[in-house]
Design a protein around this ligand. Structure first.
Ligand code: HEM
Length: 211
């Protein structure tokens, strides 16, 4: 029997959708700044201003979420175990390459306690703990180039920081495409999206913990 349970707290949903909005605005304005002669939505000056302000909100949102997850003892959810990276990860990849097209059942059950499946855990770990911090540090250094030129030089100068920041942005764009595809692979194509909006989803076996 299916039971409706809470997967995402209100704060987690607000964090997620705010983060999504901020990242999308950063990608659009960043694209506009980088390719100003080919692509313009608001004009170069406005794009720079919006990019800087939204970047600051992204840093605040990321640190608040880090605090929420550490203080709430929830951070372990985002740290993949060795078996999730290897054996379970391969099982998950092989489902997305073969199983899903053969109509095989999903190899893992999503529950509130284990709501991140191996591939999601690995992807979110890389995005949130590696690419996001690199984007924040390179972005802040680029922003402060006029104020702390020596500090910026210590990191290789703008000619190094610029390409790293742009490469990270392309990785974020690739993540978004993959992420949006992956969320359609729940028990129904819209189930994951609905759960990230309402907080609720259905599990096969009853689960006590509504976190
Ligand atoms: C168009 C933009 C986006 C949409 C439609 C979207 C949608 C979703 C949905 C439906 C889920 C729940 C299913 C799942 O766990 O995969 C989810 C989870 C998640 N998304 Fe997104 N997302 C977007 C952008 C982003 C961005 C930009 C980030 C990070 C920078 C992000 C990070 C995450 C994380 C970490 C989770 C797992 C949350 C958890 O279970 O603790 N998403 N997203």
């Amino acid at each position: 029997m299916k039971k409706k349970v809470l997967f995402y707290s209100l704060y987690e949903r607000i964090w997620h959708w705010l983060q999504a909005l901020l990242v999308i605005v950063l990608l659009i304005t960043g694209f506009e700044i980088s390719y100003a002669s080919y692509f313009s939505v608001s004009g170069f000056k406005t794009a720079v201003l919006v990019h800087n302000i939204v970047g600051i909100f992204l840093v605040l949102n990321a640190f608040l979420a880090l605090f929420y997850n550490i203080a709430g003892g929830l951070i372990h959810r985002y740290i993949p175990a060795i078996e999730e990276i290897f054996s379970l990860g391969f099982k998950h990849v092989s489902y997305y390459i073969f199983g899903i097209f053969k109509g095989l059942p999903h190899p893992f059950d999503k529950t509130p306690e284990k709501r991140l499946l191996p591939l999601q855990k690995i992807t979110y770990f890389v995005i949130l703990n590696l690419i996001l911090p690199v984007m924040i540090v390179t972005g802040l250094l680029k922003y402060s180039a006029d104020i702390f030129p020596q500090l910026v030089e210590m990191f290789g100068g703008l000619s190094v920081l610029g390409p790293i920041h742009r490469f990270g942005a392309w990785l974020f764009a690739a993540f978004l495409v993959l992420h949006v595809y992956m969320i359609t692979t729940g028990h129904t194509p819209l189930a994951n999206l609905i759960s990230m909006i309402t907080g609720y989803d259905y599990v096969s076996s009853p689960s006590e913990e509504d976190n």
